[in-house]
Design a protein around this ligand. Sequence first.
Ligand code: NAP
Length: 204
Amino acid sequence: MSKHRIGIMGGTFDPIHYGHLVTAEVARETYRLDQVIFVPSGQPPHKAPGSVSDFWHRYLMVMLAICSNPWFRVSRIEYDRGGPSYTIDTIREFKRIFGEGTELYFITGADAILEIFTWKQPEELLSSCRFIAATRPGYDLGKLENLLGEYFSRSVSVLEVPLLSISSSELRMRVRRGLSIKYLVPDPVEIYIHHNGLYKEVET
Ligand code: NAP
C-alpha cells in the first residue's frame, strides 16, 4: 500500500496571496499529496517581535483564502505550541500525529530554504521530510545546490511557480501607498485587509 503524503505549507503569510495558493495546488498535483496543511508561523524566530501582523489576522486570512479547496487545511499548531516557531518542532509534532505511514513534504520559498543552516537542528530537519522549494522561473538554483550539497539531491525538490512574482512585502507596500491589490489576493482577503485597516502603518 502506498504511503499517505501530506504537504506542510510553511510561511508567515502576511498576507497570503495567489502565489502561495498556486504553489500549494501545483505541489499537491505534482507530488500527489493527499492534503496540504497551511501552517502560519506563530512567532517567526527570524523576525523581530512586532514586525509581523498578529497571528489571528494571518490565520483568518489563510482560512478565507483556502476554504473553497477541499484538499487544503489550516493549522494553528505553531501558535498553540507557544514560543519561537521552529520548523523542526512542527515536523516532529506532525510526525507524531500522522505516524510512520505518512510522508511529509515541507513546502516553502526557496529563499527561505537558503537560510536553513541558521534554523534549529537543520541536519535532522533535512533528513526528516522532503522539502519543496518554490521559486519563480529563472531563479538561480546554483546558490541552493552549493549551500545544501548532498542534501540538495537527497531532500529537496524545486517547483517553479510563475505567480511567485507576487510577494507579501510588495502587497503590504501597495496597501500602505493606497494602491490596488485586487487580482493579487482572493477577494475575501482583500476585504479583510481593508476592513481591519492592515498594512497602513510604515513598517518598523
Ligand atoms: P520569509 O523569510 O518571509 O520568505 C522568504 C521568501 O520565501 C519570500 O520570497 C517569501 O515570499 C517566500 N515564501 C515564504 N513562504 C512561502 C511559501 N509557503 N510558498 C512560497 N513562497 C514562500 O519566510 P517565512 O515565510 O518567514 O518562513 C518560511 C517558512 O520557514 C516558515 O514555515 C518558517 O517557520 C520557516 N522558518 C523556520 C525557521 C526555524 O525553524 N528556525 C527559521 C526561518 C524560517 P512571501 O513573502 O510572498 O511569502
